[in-house]
Design a protein around this ligand. Structure first.
Ligand SMILES: Cc1cc2nc3c(=O)[nH]c(=O)nc-3n(C[C@H](O)[C@H](O)[C@H](O)COP(=O)(O)OP(=O)(O)OC[C@H]3O[C@@H](n4cnc5c(N)ncnc54)[C@H](O)[C@@H]3O)c2cc1C
Length: 408
């Protein structure tokens, strides 16, 4: 019997390989890079947030317009199943204060090592430096090996787990689109997701804030709000709180060519009235020559980054602002964002194989016995563990479908 070809060695593809191999079928994994799971390892550098512990309904809602497609798949391999699976690989998990779930080691490498060992024990053959380029005239899969030589391989079924189109240096280049488009597969354009945005900062802001975190700030864009951390870099603002709003900001920028305004609440822990009261009390005690910056520091404990952002957002100057106006301004600092910061640094991508191009098994309609899993499918989700949960769940879902296809 021809083996099942699994292409890509990211979490989605490896999850499919595991399920197919557990059913006793021969599996070969082809990866174009010289090592496996590079994006997964990168994800683990800042703490691998593998899933989330929130109630199921809330969890599913994070997939927004893609929830209907992903619900049965996640119900079939839930966040709890994912945690049990980690434990079976010898890596327990814990729930962080935000409800996010992490492996005990916090990293991806022990989990990936144990996973690859398990796959080898199950008889899966793993080949690196094999870049899939499409199909030859006989319908065999075509690969370009490290030295440029071409190899063909027939397969009883093919799983594509080729990733999205961000961080191309880790292998997720999105170049696979050409081979699928040539076969008539409907694809949605890629766009960065969970990304930072370019900002034209003033030299004063950069002097005070470049490379520094913006802590515990409320971020508002249209009807979307979040609270958390961001980082100011030379040409952009990025970080978890910005990523959470990034899909809405990106879509607004795409619709309306002009910059978009993000509103920052520098003191989300207090109401306007509380801020005004603090400012008024401090004003009574203030020395005449105290600068506004100094007054904000003393009355409200604003750090230098928050103060710099406040002044950056006051287009018409601060003049003789009274406590009431100051309080309102501190809770609604305007930040003009110009464009998303490119695919090369976005956490994930939107776009890819359209849902109408696959059936409920995630089999590509135009290519029977070829399945797609993971980020290469057209869905997006915020950070918080939702990406890996959906990648692994879709990989396992496809693995089961392949077993059904072959074993009947
Ligand atoms: C910095 C960073 C931090 C992240 N942190 C988190 C996090 O904490 N939690 C979370 O849930 N998600 C996180 N993510 C996102 C998560 O890592 C991805 O969503 C996930 O890895 C996607 O899995 P995948 O298997 O679909 O694709 P990938 O992991 O991208 O794997 C695809 C694989 O296919 C290979 N490939 C592509 N084309 C070919 C070809 N033609 N031939 C052969 N092989 C090919 C690639 O080389 C790659 O190895 C993070 C991402 C980044 C960049």
């Amino acid at each position: 019997m021809e083996p099942v070809a699994v292409i890509g060695a990211g979490p989605a593809a490896l999850a499919a390989a595991e399920v197919v191999a557990e059913a006793g079928l021969p599996v070969v994994v082809y990866e174009q890079m010289h090592s496996r799971g590079r994006k997964l390892l990168m994800a683990g550098l800042g703490g691998l947030n593998i899933t989330h512990s929130e109630p199921r309904e809330l969890f599913i809602a994070r997939y927004a317009e893609w929830a209907p497609e992903l619900t049965p798949i996640i119900e079939h391999f839930t966040p709890d199943d994912l945690r049990d699976w980690c434990a079976r690989l010898g890596e327990g998990t814990f729930v962080g204060s935000s409800g996010r779930v992490f492996p005990d080691s916090f990293k991806a490498s022990p989990l990936l090592r144990a996973w690859l060992t398990l796959l080898e024990q199950l008889g899966v053959k793993l080949h690196n430096r094999q870049r899939w380029t499409g199909w030859d005239d006989s319908g065999a899969l075509r690969f370009e090996a490290g030295g440029g030589q071409e190899v063909s391989q027939q397969a009883s079924a093919t799983v594509l787990g080729l990733g999205g189109a961000t961080w191309p240096r880790l292998g997720s280049t999105g170049a696979w689109k050409t081979a699928l488009a040539e076969r008539g597969v409907t694809l949605s354009p890629f766009a960065p997701s969970n990304c930072g945005f370019e900002v034209d900062w003033t030299p004063h802001l950069l002097q005070q804030a470049e490379g520094k975190p913006v802590k515990n700030v409320g971020f508002h864009f249209g009807k979307h709000s979040t609270r958390g951390e961001a980082v100011v870099t030379r040409r952009r603002i990025e970080g978890g709180a910005v990523y959470a709003l990034s899909a809405a900001i990106r879509d607004a920028l795409a619709q309306d060519a002009g910059p978009q305004t993000l509103r920052l609440d520098l003191l989300p822990q207090w109401t306007e009235a509380e801020i005004e009261a603090r400012l008024s009390r401090a004003a009574a005690k203030a020395r005449r020559k105290d600068s506004l910056g100094n007054r904000l520091r003393k009355a409200l404990n604003l750090d230098p980054v928050q103060r710099a952002l406040f002044f950056e957002g006051q287009a018409s100057g601060t003049g003789e602002m009274q406590p009431q106006d100051l309080a309102a301004a501190l809770k609604s600092v305007r930040l003009s964002v110009l464009r998303p910061f490119g695919m090369e640094r976005a956490i994930s991508s939107d776009g890819g194989v359209a849902w109408e191009a696959v059936d409920s098994d995630l089999q590509i309609r135009a290519l029977p016995t070829v399945y797609a899993a993971g980020e290469m499918l057209d869905w997006e989700a915020p950070t918080g563990g939702y990406l890996l949960q959906a990648c692994i769940a879709t990989g396992r879902w496809v693995g089961k479908a392949v077993v059904r296809q072959i074993q009947g």
